[in-house]
Design a protein around this ligand. Sequence first.
Ligand code: SF4
Length: 367
Amino acid sequence: MTLVTTHPDRQMAEIADKVRNGERLSLEDGVFLYRSDDLLTIGQLANEVNLRKNGKKVYFIENMSLYFTNVCEERCAFCNFRKDEGQEGAYTLSPQEMIDYVEQHIHPGVREFHIVGGHNRNVPFEYYVESLRALKAKYPDVTLKAYTAAEIDFFSRHSGLTYREVLERLIEAGLETLTGGGAEILSDHYRKKMRVHKANIEQYLEVHRTAHNLGLRTHTTMLYGSVETLEERVQHMIHIRDLQDETNGFQVFIPLSLQPISPKASIRRRNSAYDDLKAIAISRLMLDNIQHIKAYFINIGTQLTQIALTMGASDAHGTIVKEKISHAAGALTPAGITREDLVWLIKGAGRIPVERDTFYNEMKIYE
Ligand code: SF4
């Protein structure tokens, strides 16, 4: 393989050799890549790794996002979704209200509900269990991908149950996998500065470890683009990689580009396209033990998602229907997308669209 650009720095050539030989990259390698402006070479290396792992297939799912409640006792600095109980716009849907909402918005072919929400202490833990049970009873064929590791930690503190007991209760009610949220940046310095007082690094990892030991295959994220250093981004990936070595329970890594707090924010308050593509490519290169990297069009836009598919991403997420968290902040992207548009987008990048279920079983290939 030749490098796209002739790079005077020997370190890039050494990293290219490591990637070609299937050797693991170090923290220093990852930081070097982040500091480099040679996006084409980084993207080319990530593309090579992705083609080796997944060929030309790019996966997506017909899914629908649901939010049981936006009332939250936390005050993460980047969040514009949360409300206090009683505040204008605050809501907590009963299981029947949630089903009514789904009936109004669901379309044929949805095979996954993606469920997250606030840490609402005004309802008992039973509420979160019974909401899943009601959805599963009404839609037995739709997979319940519900709650973040931070929500599981909150349920544990709220109920007095251990992580294992909380997860067992939820699994019995229909839970099939955890979402990846709540990780933000796995760094104490970041969590202090961004007022992330929910699950800390060890707790985030321990929830996923427990879920993996119970047989769940879960998702994981990184919310980048605020106060964190480049070292912290790479160290975040290494935390995830270490747990994956231990459990092999993560299916996909999802870099989430932080949204400014208002849609009117200037472009300088948004992550650059360079930064978004680097997050995809560098995570593909660092996370040698995770099968998929997801390009999340809600946060980086549909057009950049298409480019990301040529720089390491093998998943274009799903139809979503009506996203609320990034759109409560400054996201300018569509809040959902049709299956036809996703297929068009993937084909436009010269890749093969594959409709999947939650666990990456192939449902339909669009040759
Ligand atoms: S990000 Fe989640 S935990 Fe933090 S304030 Fe928002 S809803 Fe609450």
